[in-house]
Ligand binder design. Structure first.
Ligand code: ADP
Ligand code: MG
Length: 262
């Protein structure tokens, strides 16, 4: 038995999958930028939780990961911090610049209309089952995104769709936190929210999303995001239907289970 496996056993952590990565016991050892380490310290988090110790190094190695741990075990940090680091390393949303390709079209008055096909759109998407959960994740993300120069927007049902569309247009977010139903609505009525730059996808509280009947929407969103993305899925339980969802939306995922669940 390898050192890593026996170490994890002592911690009550099991991993399943090809990728074995050592857990990290300190925030200083995740290779986070100093300003992120500082803002985590401001939250009075002294050490990573178990799912963070093993989940973060796995997520930062670029693989697809399934995290199963009970409610209150710190799963949010396990995906937010690696997502922010991943996106920081992507090209930034740029304002319109001349060098970008311009499409010309002759409109009905015979004059040329110019369209600037600038590359913009979110780079990270987090799906969660309810408005309350998206707001929690949004607020949690904001604590760290600003100092890293990234912008985040929250999208949920029960409020004006147009307000939320305006918010997206105004913010030009790097990260969107959304409920699946409203996110699809937004995509239908806004062709400027393009998914082609999303390279990091998180499905949070996946068991609850399925229990609430979001399976079709979640799959449909996933199938419209580039297949070379990194996907993380978190859940407090791991029933068969989550296993099937993982098979259909993830590639060679490594599963981390904390405690006696799943
Ligand atoms: P889960 O998503 O697994 O239910 P959360 O991410 O919501 O758990 O975290 C539960 C609580 O633990 C939150 O109040 C959060 O601020 C806190 N928390 C997260 N990570 C740590 C940590 N490393 N040290 C101390 N508290 C933490
Ligand atoms: Mg959670």
């Amino acid at each position: 038995e390898s050192d890593v496996v026996s170490l994890l056993k002592k911690m009550g952590i099991k991993t399943y999958g090809e990728t074995k990565v050592k857990p990290c016991f300190s925030f200083a050892h995740f290779s986070f930028p100093q300003k992120l380490i500082d803002s985590i310290a401001k939250q009075n988090y002294f050490e990573p939780t178990e799912i963070q110790k093993q989940g973060i190094p796995l997520a930062m190695s670029g693989i697809d990961m399934i995290g199963i741990a009970k409610t209150g075990s710190g799963k949010t940090g396990a995906f937010i911090w690696p997502m922010l680091i991943h996106i920081m390393n992507q090209p930034k949303n740029k304002p319109k610049i001349k060098e970008q390709p311009i499409n010309t079209e002759i409109d009905k008055n015979g004059t040329h209309k110019e369209y600037n096909l600038e590359v913009k759109g979110p780079k990270g998407l987090i799906l969660a089952p309810t408005r309350e959960l998206t707001m929690q994740i949004f607020n949690e993300t904001k604590k760290y995104s600003k100092i890293l120069g990234l912008k985040v927007t929250c999208i949920y049902g029960g409020v004006s769709k147009h307000e939320q569309l305006r918010e997206i247009e105004k913010t030009i977010p790097d990260i969107i936190v959304a409920t699946p139903g409203r996110f699809i609505d937004i995509l239908k009525s806004d062709d400027s929210t393009n998914l082609s730059n999303i390279s990091f996808l998180v499905l949070d509280e996946a068991d609850k999303m399925l229990n609430m009947g979001f399976e079709t929407q979640v799959k449909s969103i996933c199938s419209n995001i580039r297949p070379d993305r990194q996907t993380l899925l978190f859940s407090a339980t791991f029933p068969k239907k989550i296993e099937y969802l993982c098979k259909s939306v993830m590639t060679n995922a490594t599963k981390v289970v904390v405690g006696d669940l799943g």
